[in-house]
Ligand binder design. Sequence first.
Ligand code: SAM
Length: 409
Amino acid sequence: MDMTRIRDRMVEHQLTRRGIGDRSVIKAMRTVPREKFVAPGFEEYAYDDAPLSIGEGQTISQPFIVALMLEKADLKAGDKVLEVGTGSGYASALMSRIARQIYSIERHERLALQARERFETLGYHNIDVRVGDGSKGWPEAAPFDAIVVSAAAPEVPSALKEQLDIGGRLIIPVGRSQEQRLKRVMRTGPAAFEEDDLGGVVFVPLIGEDAWTAAHPMYTATTPSPGTFASGPASLPNAQEKGMETTDKLPALPEGVLDHTEFQQRFWAVQRLSWIMFTLLLATCLLGLLGRGGPFSRQTLLLSDGSVDFPIISRWNAPEDMTVNFTASSEDRVFTVDAAFLQTFSVQGIDPPQKATFAREGRIGYVFPADPTGPTQIVFRLQTQLAGARRASIGLGGEVRSQSTFIFP
Ligand code: SAM
């Protein structure tokens, strides 16, 4: 496997595309072999966009969040840096490629020893590793130009603030499981600090005197059951997430993943609005098709003495035509409508005009002269009167049919 190419791809896809721009961080990420910091047999997952289990219920952080923390720590070549939570040693190794001297503290002895061995093998000689409670910092080596804490504290430990040099930067996740914020604290004077919020994150807890206690539910919730680490590759990336789910009944974000919930909710709102607008537009187009003058706006009734073509979709107060076709006949022809028809439509003109008009049994009849030579077409010029769904009956001779017209307001 060509790890250099995989590493370069990880830098391109996971870091630069997400806005990591600090050249020294990018260079270090291209240089340090992350595959040497994961458990043997799991090298192929080393460049996944996720945290991985490293045993002791702990994780090596997602590459992006490590890069983000280092970028925000604004490391310089001459800096002296403290990392709290050595874990696999990967973040300390990266920092050792940028800064002058790294002090790295880890509470789990086995992890600290493994990390020290890795540094020796790789020839990273500017990293001191110590086993202990990093919530108290490393007073003998203080002050630091930067402190990076790789586990979440209930609040910013005062010892760490005090061990910052003037102008020093402290990067630390603060808060309980689902409500952690990544903070940057900058010491601007002997007793003056500035604090920035860098976004939502999910980290394992910082366990110590000035942090969470080992019995804290957040801690017990994040410890994977024995065997999680050894059970197989599929369990590795999300070992920590599963532990959190059990306690909080909420799916946890993988460690280090920034919480984009607010952006996502806004995105969904815009998406929903777009759908509504699209649906309205579509409905308008369909109504145009079905609407007055559209191909489905008229209907032809076929009767034994001829046919009637009349509007079934119209608009209020609009002119409409109704065409009556009589078959050839040697007797006078009669077209009838009921009172409901005359409420819906007013008859503005008849072309050619009727010979006579009569009223009988609640119907109005229009009489047209006989024509045995061929069919006759009569056009009724109408005007719609009432909006809504209207029902009326029309007839040729003695045959009567009901018909409906929808008139838009
Ligand atoms: N930066 C590490 C890496 O690159 O692999 C990952 C760190 S892991 C997310 C957090 C580490 O913090 C764990 O190894 C955990 O044991 C350690 N930790 C938690 N509380 C600590 C404390 N009070 N002092 C030192 N280390 C602590």
